[in-house]
Design a protein. Structure first.
Ligand SMILES: Cc1cc2nc3c(=O)[nH]c(=O)nc-3n(C[C@H](O)[C@H](O)[C@H](O)COP(=O)(O)OP(=O)(O)OC[C@H]3O[C@@H](n4cnc5c(N)ncnc54)[C@H](O)[C@@H]3O)c2cc1C
Length: 466
């Protein structure tokens, strides 16, 4: 473990309003625990910032003392880059405020806020913006990588609703990024992850919606999976954008609306979200019922905030996780064949294959408009390898990679950086496709020393002298 002079730590303590947690502190282990149970990193110090002013102090401290620097938002990223082994972690868990201006339909969000914090504050005014599907995810990391969820078909990605961001640069300066101020930085932040600075505040555009939506689950027996997926593909091409249906292939959890003999059996689940009135939602759901013979269903009007938490029990923190993801433009028969084949070999009761629709408004935005490049993608697959015992690591990781390799021929290319595992760092350039070169140039401009490298790293490249 790196040994920092006591005097230096004392100096840092006296200059910030927040708390410094060191390895011998009783709260250290809790503070370094993140969502993926496979990550066991030990920062030399965790700086739990209390306010925006603490952030440049921590950034300058890390730079001057040549410490590895990481930024912890909601702690959900699978790769575990939010913790700096033997370095300094800026921890935003005490900065979770979300303020809403209902007149302007804007939300001002601190970087430690989770999706639950965001939804609670915005729904109090009947407002929302697209985020993700698990309420414990952090707004910060989700936004900086792109961000998609139930409202994406209608209102785009989370970054498409970002109006401005307050950023602390590698040099420790506070900068505003928006279409008007530092537009190149604003471009890079919208998909470029944590590469360009530490964001201390986000401003989002909001939409009228809720408080209730029509949503729920419909469960089909696994032997009908191919047939259901074919109809899903066809239906989702012309479905209204207020409707978003995702497919989950997994062992059935013991949900109360499922017969006992279905519990633990492989099933195909349609997760259904309709941002509209009950009667229209009911008609759409009736159509979906015709895809096969559901063995159980639980749909109806419910608070949007409740639906936003519907998957929390399946995506609890602490398990070991290895995920693999592809984007698709269409769900071909070949892809369906492959998905169903591998779903039939799912190696643990916690493991699942998700297929989400992101087709809609976000496809109309040019790929070069934001750093997030995957504007051609209409579906995203995420293979959630999840298990309990370390002894299963090789088996589960091997299986997830097999699914990824087998489905690659049908993929649309690129990758969603928010789903990239630690071993995919060499795929960052191809993940960003045609936007990568511009990102490299901007990295050189805003972070030439690559201080912010605990992420899906874009390496700076000095420009050739003329
Ligand atoms: C259970 C689960 C469900 C998910 N569902 C979805 C989903 O529905 N849709 C979706 O789009 N994604 C989803 N994701 C992926 C999610 O978007 C990423 O994991 C994202 O990085 C989470 O952000 P975080 O703040 O929680 O993560 P962290 O691990 O805290 O941060 C991830 C990275 O973001 C950067 N970062 C974080 N905060 C800041 C900051 N303030 N300034 C600068 N950089 C920062 C850092 O590089 C950090 O390493 C899901 C992930 C999980 C684990």
């Amino acid at each position: 473990m790196l040994h920092l002079e006591k005097k230096l730590i004392e100096e840092l303590k006296s200059t910030i309003a927040g708390t410094i947690i060191l390895p011998d502190d009783p709260t250290y282990n809790k503070a370094r625990t993140i969502w993926n149970g496979m990550i066991d990193k030990k920062p030399a110090l965790i700086v739990q910032v209390a306010d925006t002013q603490d952030v440049p102090v921590a950034v300058n401290f890390a730079r001057k003392n040549r410490l590895e620097l990481s930024v912890l938002g909601g702690g959900h990223h699978i790769a575990g880059n939010s913790l700096a082994e033997n370095g300094l972690t800026i921890d935003f868990s005490n900065m979770k405020k979300v303020q809403v201006d209902p007149e302007k339909r804007r939300a001002y969000v601190e970087p430690g806020a989770t999706l639950a914090d965001f939804d609670k504050a915005t729904q109090a005014h009947g407002l929302a913006t697209p985020t993700g599907i698990n309420s414990t995810t952090g707004m910060a990391g989700l936004t900086l990588g792109g961000g998609f969820g139930w409202l994406t078909r209608q209102y785009g990605l989370t970054v498409d609703n970002l109006v401005s961001a307050d950023v602390v640069s590698a040099g420790g300066k506070a900068i505003k990024a928006s279409e008007e101020e530092n537009p190149d930085l604003f471009w890079a932040l919208r998909g470029g992850g944590g590469n360009f600075g530490v964001v201390t505040g986000f401003e989002f555009n909001l939409h009228n919606m809720g408080p209730e939506v029509f949503a729920g689950l419909m469960v089909f027996p696994f032997h009908q999976a191919k047939n259901v997926l074919r109809q899903y593909n066809e239906f989702s091409q012309s479905a209204p954008r207020e409707l978003n249906v995702w497919v989950v292939l997994r062992h059935a959890p013991p949900l109360p609306f499922l017969p006992d003999d279905v519990h633990g059996k492989m099933v195909l689940v349609l997760a259904i979200f309709y941002n509209g009135e009950a009667d229209k939602g009911e008609k759409l759901v009736d159509f979906l019922r015709g895809f096969g013979n559901p063995v159980g269903e639980h749909t109806g009007m419910q608070p949007y905030t409740q639906w936003q938490q519907a998957f929390d029990p399946l995506l609890t923190p602490g398990l070991r996780n290895y995920w693999k993801s592809h984007n698709f433009e269409t769900v071909t028969d070949e892809l369906i064949g492959s998905l169903v084949k591998f779903a039939g070999t799912i190696p643990s009761p916690h493991t699942e294959i998700f297929l989400g629709s992101i087709s809609g408004l976000q496809n109309e935005i040019p790929a070069e408009a934001t750093a997030y490049p995957l504007r051609h993608a209409r579906y995203i697959m995420n293979v959630h390898g999840r298990w309990e015992d370390e002894s299963d690591d090789d088996r589960l990781i091997g299986w997830a990679r097999e699914v990824y390799n087998a489905t690659k021929p049908y993929a649309a290319g690129g990758a969603y950086v928010n789903f990239m595992t630690e071993d995919e760092n060499n795929a960052v350039a191809s993940a960003y496709g045609a936007n990568y070169e511009r990102l490299v140039v901007l990295k050189q401009k805003f972070d030439p020393e690559n201080l912010f490298h605990m992420n899906q790293n874009i390496k700076p490249k000095p420009m050739a002298s003329t």
